[in-house]
Design a protein. Sequence first.
Length: 327
Amino acid sequence: MKLILNWTLVPRLSVLPLDIFSTFNNDLKMEMTNIVLEAYGGYKLRPVGMINLLCSIGNKQANINFVIIENSKSKPLLGLEGCIKLNLVKCIDKVSVNMYETKTKQFIENNKEIFTGVGKFEGKYTIKLKEIAVPIARPRRRIPGWVSNLVVVEKNDGSIRLCLDPKDLNKVIKRDYVLIPKIEELVPKLTNKKVFSVLDLKDGFFQIELDDKSSDLCTFSSPFGCYKFLRLPMGLSCAPEIFQKRNEANFSDISGVLVYFDDLLIAGDTIEQHDEILGKVIKRAQELNIEFNQNKIQLKVPEVKYLEYIFSSEGMKPDPDYVQSYN
């Protein structure tokens, strides 16, 4: 017997009216069930039984359980379980992930000029030394002046980071003291925000170019001779504050953008507001030759991971990736 099912309004269970079941072949046996249905408005409905039917759509077939009710005015309804078995609906989490990945890839492709290579901030940086500074060179010294050791650090993604170990140079560097934002200062600025994006500057410190004298100060020894950094290396005591200061100068004047070292958080009350802010950031990055990391982007999401917390319209909560229980 051919039965047309309605699935435009999808209940949790598939439903079959008793008067329609009565027209079926007598070989089909109804089973007893203790299920109680609850309709809109809290109305309780006790089915008279249950039956398993073979349903099909196109080339797809599936056995689906139907609860049988006495309401003769009702139409046969295909429930959520049946819709999933027949591929009429898909799990929204899987769809969302695919849509997000597609959206992110398209965004990167449309703006690939700011996701390629290493950027370079405007202007070169000069390392300032205290008047008492006396050059010190570590073993393998081949040139006069400052020579430090090199430290190689493995990143989470398996790539390596070259860092300078200038412990003697750091003692005589004049630091530019910059107030680094605290998490307590950022939270009020994110109140009622509903749409977020995070852009990470690729190889952040290396986007700041050193002048010739400062580059000489960042000389390091190796088994193959002495080399020097042309860009600001990690390890200098002044590097984090200089980078924060330069990056704030690049983006902090754009309302809706928070700058914390190499991470830019974009937050908007609406999608339209968020997109307007994001557009300004992209334009500024293009103008200043700044590059972002395409592997760390969080684009246009309702909740975002930032500074070991998760921010959303509901507020702030710790990021589970940074929370460990102790027994």
